[in-house]
Design a protein around this ligand. Structure first.
Ligand SMILES: Cc1cc2nc3c(=O)[nH]c(=O)nc-3n(C[C@H](O)[C@H](O)[C@H](O)COP(=O)(O)OP(=O)(O)OC[C@H]3O[C@@H](n4cnc5c(N)ncnc54)[C@H](O)[C@@H]3O)c2cc1C
Length: 419
């Protein structure tokens, strides 16, 4: 039986190569150059649409750890990235053209992979990996929506920053939700002076330019925080920072919502933003209690198709509605190049296992790949895309988390190769 992979980006190329490694023939569909996305510029597979960096190589860094894990599991794309690398200090940066050419060659020369340059417009009946990315073509997105329902597929990111729970100064904050429902939120109260200064800095903050295909008009219910600040000095105080529902007389309140049961990660409620990353660090640290905050994820607002994964995807990356369809890449609600390669690798291995009559597997949650998968498939009413970060791993200091992840990944890799 042949396997199908749709999308020859980072995730789809890795998935196709992994399936072929199991000796299974693959048809890989890539619509470029017949039909281009608004961001890609070439017909190369695994084209990097923006930065040429795969981030840090240091194992004590979350992306360094994820890369280490994926190399151990035999990632073809990371091997390609090593060959195409350019000097970039502690980061793995590549010559993007050379990287794309190397991946395209790996696929073209693999006798088990047939590359078809066609747009797929329907979810196939056969077992497949779906890896069409943040700019999935409209017809296919509509078909996928038919499968998962109205609330199953999103088309825009509105990501609020996440900070590490242990970096919040609790002496300046208090616990509780509005109207005393429970104690789940951490609240950062502001007086008039600190609020007005905060609004002023937000208004002046430098933002990322819009991509040419993105609309400068935002959904009213999901405006970037700096845009709200520009609308008037009181807009935030009557919006996401309203100080109502608490005992006490506060001028404004920033609420931090827990992102996990253990309280390792907190998101800033209503803080979706296009501010540059250094500006987010500078301005959000003006919030009382966040002066020394460690950011695990930065805010963003950009075009992005992704599934409501906690509702629709199993930790094996199978779609609940069609378990022989594996989802990979940005469509899973992970964010970033290395994350896309990671889910592509897992989806490829699991589809191959399914076709060989074996159980699809879930990586241990102590590893960075496993932590990411656990996050995107754990129930979450306010699901937003996530990148690799140490807040995803069970407790302890960073050094312990790294040691534990290495041990578990080595163990899992052995188990994987013996099964
Ligand atoms: C504009 C933009 C900039 C980004 N910049 C960065 C960055 O700098 N760093 C970072 O880490 N992450 C970035 N990301 C996020 C993400 O990591 C990348 O988009 C990454 O390429 C996702 O990998 P993927 O394999 O899921 O999708 P892609 O790499 O986009 O691959 C999907 C492939 O599917 C094809 N396709 C789509 N629909 C169909 C169809 N119907 N039939 C056949 N083929 C189809 C596309 O042509 C494409 O080749 C960015 C995202 C966007 C949208």
């Amino acid at each position: 039986m042949k396997a199908i992979v749709i999308g020859g980006g980072l995730a789809g190329s890795e998935a196709a190569l992994q399936i072929a490694r199991f000796g299974i023939p693959v048809i890989l569909y890539e619509m470029r150059p017949v039909r281009m996305t608004p961001a890609h510029q070439t017909d190369l597979l695994a084209e990097l649409v923006c930065s040429n960096s795969f981030k840090s190589v240091e194992i004590k860094n979350s992306h360094g750890l994820l890369k280490w894990e994926l190399k151990l599991l035999g990632s073809y794309l990371l091997a390609g990235a090593e060959k195409a690398k350019v000097p970039a200090g502690k980061a793995l940066a590549v010559d993007r053209r050379r990287f794309g050419e190397l991946v395209t060659k790996m696929i073209a020369e693999n006798p088990l992979i047939e590359l078809r340059r066609e747009e797929v417009t329907r979810i196939p009946i056969e077992p497949a990996v779906l890896a069409t990315g943040p700019l999935t073509s409209d017809l296919l997105a509509a078909d996928l929506k038919g499968l998962v329902g109205e609330d199953g597929l999103y088309f825009y990111d509105a990501i609020a920053p996440i900070v590490a729970g242990d970096s919040i100064d609790k002496s300046k904050t208090f616990r509780g939700s509005r109207y005393g429902i429970d104690e789940s939120y951490i609240n950062c109260p502001m007086d008039e002076l600190s609020y007005l200064r905060f609004v002023e800095e937000l208004r002046k903050g430098a933002v990322y330019p819009l991509h040419h295909f993105e609309s400068p008009r935002y959904f009213e219910g999901c405006l970037p925080i700096e845009e709200l600040a520009r609308r008037g000095k009181d807009t935030l105080r009557f919006g996401p920072l309203k100080p109502v529902g608490f005992d006490g007389n506060y001028y404004a309140i920033v609420q931090l919502r827990p992102e996990d049961r253990e309280g390792r990660m907190y998101s800033l409620v209503g803080f979706q933003t296009r501010l540059l990353i250094p500006e987010q660090r500078r301005i959000f640290r003006l919030i009382p209690g966040l002066e020394h905050a460690r950011f695990l994820r930065y805010g963003a607002v950009h075009r992005n198709s992704y599934l409501n994964s906690p509702k629709h995807i199993l930790p094996t990356l199978q779609l609940k509605e069609k378990p022989d369809l594996f989802i990979a890449g940005q469509l899973t609600g992970t964010e970033g190049y290395v994350e896309a390669i990671g889910t592509g690798l897992l989806a490829g291995i699991n589809l191959a296992r399914l076709l060989k009559g074996r159980q699809p597997l879930v990586p241990p949650e102590e590893t960075m790949l496993g932590g990411l998968i656990r996050y995107i498939t754990t129930p979450n009413k306010d699901f937003q895309p996530m990148n690799a970060n140490f807040g995803l791993l069970p407790g302890g200091r960073r050094r312990e988390k790294v040691k534990r992840a290495i041990k578990w990944m080595e163990f899992w890799q052995e188990e994987l190769s013996s099964l």
